[in-house]
Structures are given as C-alpha cells and as structure tokens.
Ligand binder design. Sequence first.
Ligand code: HEM
Ligand code: FPP
Length: 300
Amino acid sequence: MSVANHALILPADWRDFLALTKPRVMTLVVFTGLCGMLAAPVSINPVLGFTAILCIALGAGAAGALNQWYEADLDSKMKRTQGRPLPAGRMDRQSALHFGVGVAALSVILMGLAVNYVAAGILLLSILFYVLVYTVWLKRRTPQNIVIGGAAGAFPPLIGWAAATGDVALLPVLLFGLVFLWTPPHFWALALFVKTDYANAGVPMLPVVAGEKTTRVQIGLYTIPMAVAAIAPWPLGLTGALYGITAVATTALFALFALQVATRMAGEGDTMKPEKRLFAYSISYLFILFAAVAADRWLA
Ligand code: HEM
Ligand SMILES: CC(C)=CCC/C(C)=C/CC/C(C)=C/COP(=O)(O)OP(=O)(O)O
C-alpha cells in the first residue's frame, strides 16, 4: 500500500512549496507585522525593516508548512484542504518537513543576526506556538484550540514593533490583544459554514462539539472585549483621531454583523448569509485597522 502511495507522488514544483506556506492567510499575518513596525515611534533603517518583514513572512510560511506536514491525514479528509500538495500526492512528507524546518530556522537566525534578538525570540515563539501548541497539542483535543492556539497569529504586530525598537510596549500589546480576540469570531464564523468538513475529519471545532447556538453566542461574546482592544489605543492616547475614528466606525460594523450572527439561531432554515458576511468582513476589518494604526503614526 505504501509502495502504491509512493508511486502516486508526482514531483513537487515551486508552486507546491508556495502552497505549503498558506500564502493567502499569511498576507494578513505579514501585513499586521508590517503595520506594527510602522506604528513604532522610531524610523527603522529600510533595509533592516525589509529584512524583518521578510523574516516574518518566511517564519509564518514555514509554520504553515509544518502545520501541513503534521496534519496531512486531516487535510485529506476535508473538501477544503484535499487539494493541498501532501493530501493530493504531489509532494512527500519528508520534503515538507525539511522545507518547514529549514525555512523556520533561516527566518529566526536571520532575524536574530540582522535585526535583533527580541524580534527573533518572539518570531520563534510564534512558530512554536502555531506548530506545537495549536497544531500538535490542541487542535484535535479541544474546541478551545483556536482560542489558545490562535495567539500564534497575534504575535506579528509585536514582532514588527520589536524589530523597530528592540522592545515591546503597550500599543503592540493591545494590537496583540485585538488579533487574539478577533480570531474566535473570525474562525467560528467560517466554522459555522464548513462544520460538516470538520465533523468528517473528527476535529472538535466548537460548532461540531457544542452546537451552532453556543457558537453563535460565543462569537457575540468575544466581539465585546475585541471591540475594547480595538478602540482602547485612542482614549489611552497611544494613537490619534485618525485611528480612533476608523476603529470606532469599523468596529461598530463588526459588532453589528456579529450581533446578526449571534441572534440567528439554528433551525430557521434559509441561507447561512450572516456568518459568511462576518467572516469576509473580519478580514477587511483587520486590514483596515492595521493600515489605520500605521497611517495614524505617519500622516496624522
Ligand atoms: C487559529 C487561528 C485561525 C484559524 C483556525 C483560521 C482559519 C482559517 C481558515 C480555515 C480559513 C479558510 C481559508 C483558507 O484555508 O485559506 C481562513 C481564512 C483566512 N484567514 Fe484565518 N484563521 C486563524 C487565524 C488567522 C489570523 C491570525 C489571520 C491574520 C492575522 C488570519 C487571516 C486569514 C485570511 C486573510 C484568510 C482568507 C484567505 C483567503 O482569502 O483565502 N487568520 N482562516
Ligand atoms: C509569525 C507566525 C509564525 C505566524 C503564524 C501565523 C498563524 C498562526 C496563523 C494562523 C492562521 C492559520 C493559517 C490558521 C489556520 O488554521 P488551521 O491550520 O487549522 O487551518 P487549516 O484547516 O486550513 O489547515
């Protein structure tokens, strides 16, 4: 059987290695890192700044590759992920592992040598968090997997800030909190409409384990502290009105969409529209907020 499987593996090309890095999701991860760096009250040398962002992209991509190396079995059971290079048989697991470990090591070492050790340390922590805490430990065990493990995706603004300043401060910590608290509504909105995929693969995502109604309520509840983290930098004097007004307006819309998801209880029939809208908007929302925090520092 394993010989037959092996015979099915076609040579991977560069597009498969690119797919291993989850490039679409990682664009937002890298963007939050870039804006965290631009929000810092110092001007980083452009070559070092570019290197730092490259390291975040390489580290995040490597973490995505290691995630796919570890869970090729799960990915082969879900429609959304069946076409990835490993489950589709276009790449062997060994190549994915070598690529992931090599690129992760390169990203952390380069960040440490060229930028600074604080940024390198947080980058290493976020890679380990995504691969070990989320993927290996929590994802298959508890519906709280993305609440705790999701912290991995919230580190990039801190990494960007640390790359520029060599330190951390309250503003990037609030930005960390924003992404951390944004992750549950972002992901559970999606999980509501890909629920059967996760159920088939045996992944205990919240809608599968606790049901649709609980998930909707949880989305609403997480939106409250998320809104506080999003708006707080303005009254705290960490940003100006450009960010503040943008945060209030975009967060109000997020809260409205989350409320619509929370109050649309299971069994009403018709379409799944509110959760699709919240999921799509969640992505634009973070792009806009992070663009605003950087613009506030440079334009205001
Ligand atoms: C554990 C936490 C998270 C989970 C489980 C999660 C899960 C997902 C899933 C399953 C998708 C569907 C499409 C795909 O696979 O490409 C998705 C889309 C996306 N996620 Fe997340 N996500 C998480 C955190 C984040 C974070 C922290 C960011 C960025 C800051 C992010 C940004 C995105 C973006 C930009 C997309 C859209 C990709 C596209 O256009 O196809 N996600 N997420
Ligand atoms: C800097 C650095 C290392 C950042 C890490 C970035 C990070 C943790 C992003 C989380 C977003 C993500 C790809 C979730 C997918 O969850 P999943 O793996 O359960 O999704 P899947 O079902 O699509 O495989």
